[in-house]
Design a protein around this ligand. Structure first.
Ligand code: ACM
Ligand code: ZN
Length: 548
């Protein structure tokens, strides 16, 4: 009842063009670089008759146009018109402005029109994401279609601090449907995040169709059962799932329409039991290796053989198909937690070490990384690897993803390698969010509350010159203990907002306003609910307003 009365009174406010509403506080997340308010007594009236005007190439502006249409459908129950020429007022005008940076935009809400300046469709898309948050949440919450929405007169000038603002989803420990991934991409887009790191292969399952190696998905995507609790027993239920290449293309397109580039990850040389179970000749133990896709969590001791040429042929074939499926410039080749013990006793691997004058197994892993990198360069791709790839030496062109703390990223930046900061203490969202763990479902461990995520300083210990090598930040969701979409979104929100803001805004501790961020995050959570997304509301000391 309270909700209905509240909604109704808010609606009355929204319908009114003359009521002086208090727009002094905008809860934008990420916070824009600059926001100025115009006349508080004037409004722009957004209506079903508002027309989208694009003055050059519709294709360029497709993500922005689609995003406007989605908002219009959500609040008016109908799409709005598009045109290429201005005819009177009441328009959303998309203008090309070559003086702006690639992702930069200027959003002006005037009494007559909404005007968006950007160099490309990406900037325009981000302007619409800002507009989406300027629209009061009640417009999305109410099931009643509005016929007019009164918006404040403002000007936002905005651009991101970092070029790389990422999120990684583990689709191997638990498999996520195409629809769930699309929802994740929607969540990312709303936060102006632009890189989806898709973790596709693991000990527990290979999840991407590779035409040349059909057993990867016919055998390698399946495990007999899954461990329960903290490896205390087995559930006895076969588990599997994979993305066909058609699915992959659909997801790549969906991401592109939201200005998100996908970075696929193919784990090399560890975390490979899925592949080894399908093609045992890939392993050091060979055909009699008795490899089985893993039912446990942790790091399996098996590894792909770096001594045999056939393994490299396999990797190159797989990466060739992957490179042609994903248009982005990067492929992530894993490299983390590679258990090198089997290499110590494998005659093929030891021969490779000898033939190439390598000192040890760490250098053998570097040999693998360098050779794969050279192959991918020929395909026009760059590599990203987890920070372990630094251990035996790494080429200058490899990008390092720093997860075991910030050290890997710091080392990389100091030696002139690009790095992405995703230290587990701030960025691992599989960790618990509260101290009252009994309130949460079983998690892998750790503790990353919202504030801790927001405390990430990707420039810590780096000189201004070294800071130039930090490409950006990323949060990660490993899914051993996350079997459902509700839990996935609970882990993601609102913490994703913290990393999104660190990526978008100047992340130096002096410019951060933690309390301001928490307040804006709390407001944004109402949008999450309005869009049907789950969110961890007990983050907030006072959650009375949340979730009603
Ligand atoms: C990792 O968490 N093993 C990158
Ligand atoms: Zn071997």
């Amino acid at each position: 009842m309270f909700k209905k009365i509240y909604t109704l009174s808010i609606l009355l406010l929204l319908f009114s063009t003359t009521t002086a509403q208090d727009y002094s506080k905008f809860n934008l997340l990420p916070q824009p670089v600059e926001l100025t308010r115009g006349n508080p007594n004037s409004r722009f009236e957004f209506t079903p008759q508002t027309t989208i005007i694009y003055t050059f190439g519709e294709n360029n502006f497709k993500p922005a146009i689609n995003a406007i249409q989605e908002i219009a459908e959500n609040i008016f129950g109908t799409k709005i018109k598009c045109a290429t020429k201005v005819n009177g007022d009441n328009n959303i005008i998309l203008k090309k402005n070559n003086s702006l940076a690639e992702e930069e935009y200027i959003l002006e809400i005037t009494p007559e029109n909404i005007i968006i300046n950007s160099k490309s469709g990406v900037g325009a898309f981000y302007a619409i994401q800002t507009l989406k948050q300027i629209i009061p949440v009640q417009a999305y919450e109410t099931p009643i279609d509005l016929n007019k929405l009164s918006l404040p007169i403002i000007k936002v000038t905005d651009k991101p601090h970092f070029a790389y603002r990422g999120f990684m989803l583990d689709c191997s420990r638990h498999f996520w449907s195409v629809e769930t991934i699309k929802e994740v991409l929607d969540i990312m887009a709303m936060h102006k995040m632009n890189r989806f790191h898709w973790h596709l292969t693991e000990d527990q399952g290979w999840r991407i169709e590779i035409k040349k190696y059909p057993l990867l998905t016919q055998i390698g995507s399946l495990r007999e059962q899954t461990t329960t609790g903290k490896n205390v027993g087995m559930d006895g239920i076969p588990y599997g799932g994979y993305y066909t290449q058609k699915d992959v293309k659909e997801i790549v397109k969906y991401a592109q329409e939201r200005c998100i580039t996908i970075i696929p990850e193919i784990e090399i040389p560890g975390h490979s039991l899925g592949a080894l179970s399908a093609y045992p000749w890939l392993g050091c133990r060979g055909e009699n290796g008795n490899y089985k896709t893993w039912s446990n969590w942790g790091v399996a001791p098996e590894i792909a053989c770096a001594g045999k040429e056939s393994t490299f042929e396999f990797w190159e074939d797989v990466l060739s198909e992957v490179a042609s499926l994903f248009p982005g410039e990067y492929i992530h080749i894993g490299g983390d937690e590679a258990p090198r013990d089997e290499w110590k006793i494998c005659p093929h691997c030891q021969q490779r070490i000898k033939d190439n004058g390598l000192k040890n197994e760490a250098e053998l892993q570097s040999y693998v990384t360098n050779r794969i990198e050279k192959f991918l360069h020929k395909k026009g791709k760059k590599i990203i690897g987890w920070d372990e790839i630094l251990e035996g030496g790494v080429s200058q062109s490899a990008t390092i993803m720093s997860w075991r703390g910030a050290e890997g990223g710091i080392t990389a930046a100091k030696k002139g390698n690009y790095a992405i900061m995703t230290p587990s203490g701030h960025c691992y969202f599989d960790y618990y969010q509260t101290t009252g763990r009994d309130d949460e479902h079983l998690s892998i461990g750790g503790y990353v509350p919202l504030r801790k995520a927001y405390e990430l300083n990707p420039y810590d210990q780096l000189s201004p010159e070294e800071q130039k090598f930090i490409l950006g930040v990323q949060c990660n969701l490993w899914t051993e203990y996350i079997p459902t979409k509700m839990q996935l979104q609970y882990k993601l929100l609102p913490r994703l907002g913290a990393i999104a803001e660190i990526g978008w805004c100047n992340p130096s501790p002096e410019t951060k306003d933690v309390e301001g961020f928490i307040g804006r995050s709390k407001e944004l959570s109402r949008y999450y609910y309005a869009f049907g997304w789950n969110c961890a509301k007990h983050f907030y000391e006072d959650d009375v307003q949340i979730g009603w």
